[in-house]
Design a protein around this ligand. Structure first.
Ligand code: IFM
Length: 473
């Protein structure tokens, strides 16, 4: 496939990529694997949630998705064809541990043995996420229950023992902020609770699970690096009015800081007085828990998609990830970035927010911030296969070009986030997948997937990224 003349040239970007900088693509098990009833796999909270009427925009389920379980080798070949340095995937919790506790299921675990071996054979470094949103269905209260943290620690130890010789880098948990906000506060994601500020225990339990997982991986003697991934959104107030500023600070706190502060600094952020006791639960956290959470890390995984604009006062039930009646009970609302270009999801396209996200990480965490990987960045667009059999996703090419450029520029000498040791960048996503509550309505892939047949068609963005990777010195 040849690229259009308007496509950003590969060489100038390639020339700015430092030696050793890792470029890869990411996925997650519930979004691509399918094979929900193969072997001894049991249902996850997402299988149950998707079966409830009205939860998923197009009524779809994760039962088949991109059928990666049966097309694993084809997907590994796509990574190889791309020239990717690394691949980030997640384990399906209920495939490897169908009972949600106890020994790994040999058949389910065998799938990941094969995946890891095949990745290593073609020289693609495996980055493995242990928990990417799919808890066993039997964990009735999910992350509201402290026990779930122990279960994550146990699972991490078992995975570490089995795959510790092959996984390059471990990510304990993906985007705890999204899990708490969408899954427990707003009811948009599984398990579908709308608890607003009463969802806060799930912050602590996820972080505790992270700490326990780090300790279990180290006890298992894994060879790879260990980190955590969260999504960071730089927050701006809608105006200089003190109410807007206060609510922007609150959103920054509950979206960004309550996760990164304990992990990197060993304590929860100080809660501004005006918030009353909405976040008082964090003051009561025992010091031993904080010590468990504050584990030395080899890297920090940062996902960046978009900035957030916040105004005081309640608004509609619209959130970036779907409708939530609970949203209108919050003391703040998310505003549209009027005039900004948008992705298919309606998310603002703001590469300069990348610099801000990285600057905030450097300024807040300084020397306590380990090397950083961008573990996700990408965009959904309404891609279709044209009459010529190609997918001309020029908007995605521009998005990826501008975002990778912005991240590199931010950490270059003289850049706004100079000082951050940025080690790599993963595109979300390798292939089109099941986008949670949005079902199949949002395509994020470098590779188009026909969800009826499973057929893969590399998009123009895949060819463009391949050219960038090949043009590196
Ligand atoms: O698809 C998700 C992914 O699972 C977690 N990060 C954000 C992506 C896009 O919404």
């Amino acid at each position: 496939m040849t690229l259009d003349t308007a496509t950003p040239a590969a060489e100038p970007l390639a020339a700015r990529i430092p030696a050793g900088f890792v470029i890869g693509a990411a996925t997650a098990a519930p979004q691509i694997e399918g094979a929900a009833v193969v072997g001894r796999r049991t249902p996850s909270i997402w299988d149950r949630f998707a079966a409830e009427p009205g939860r998923i925009l197009d009524g779809s389920t994760p039962a088949v998705t991109a059928d990666h379980f049966h097309r694993r080798q084809e997907d590994v070949a796509l990574l190889r064809g791309l020239g990717a340095d690394a691949y980030r995937f997640s384990f399906s919790w209920t495939r490897v541990q169908p009972a949600g506790r106890g020994a790994l299921d040999p058949e389910g675990a065998g799938f990941y043995d094969r995946l890891l071996d095949e990745l290593l054979e073609v020289g693609v470094r495996p980055f493995a996420t242990i928990s990417h949103w799919d808890l066993p269905e039997g964990y009735e209260r999910g992350w509201l229950d402290r026990e779930t943290a122990l279960r994550l620690g146990e699972l991490a130890g078992l995975l570490g023992e089995r795959y510790g010789d092959r996984v390059d880098s471990w990510i304990t948990i993906n985007e705890p902020a999204t899990v708490t906000l969408n899954g427990y506060a707003l009811g948009i994601h599984a398990p579908g609770d709308s608890l607003l500020f009463d969802a806060l225990p799930t912050v602590h339990h996820q972080l505790l699970g992270h700490g326990m997982a780090v300790q279990a991986l180290r006890a298992a003697g894994v060879q790879g690096a260990i980190g955590i991934t969260n999504t960071h959104s730089p927050v701006s107030p809608a105006s200089d009015a003190p109410e807007d500023q206060a609510m922007a600070a609150l959103f920054d706190l509950v979206h960004n800081r309550v996760y990164a502060d304990p992990v990197l600094l060993g304590h929860y952020p100080e809660v501004p007085g005006f918030l009353g006791d909405a976040l008082a639960a964090f003051d009561a956290v025992p010091a031993e828990d904080l010590a468990q959470i504050h584990q030395p890390l080899d890297f920090y995984g940062l996902n960046y998609y978009m900035p957030t604009l916040i105004a005081a006062g309640s608004g509609s039930g619209e959130s970036p990830d779907g409708e939530s009646a609970a949203m209108s009970a919050l003391p703040f609302r998310l505003l549209d970035f009027e005039g900004a270009p948008k992705t298919g999801f309606g998310w603002p396209i703001a590469p300069d927010g990348f610099g801000r996200a990285l600057t905030e990480m450097r300024d807040r965490y300084g020397d306590t911030l380990p090397p950083v990987f961008i573990t996700e960045n990408g965009a959904s667009f309404p891609d279709t296969i044209g009459d010529d059999g190609r997918v001309h996703d020029d908007e995605r090419i521009a998005f990826l070009h501008d975002h990778l450029s912005a991240a590199l520029a931010a950490v270059e000498p003289g850049g706004v986030a100079e000082g951050i040791d940025l080690r790599g960048f993963f595109v979300w996503s390798l292939i089109d997948n099941w986008e949670w509550a949005a079902g199949f309505t949002q395509r994020f892939g470098l590779v188009h997937v026909d969800f009826e047949t499973g057929r893969r068609t590399p998009k123009a963005s895949y060819e463009w990224l391949r050219a960038v990777l090949a043009a590196r010195a």
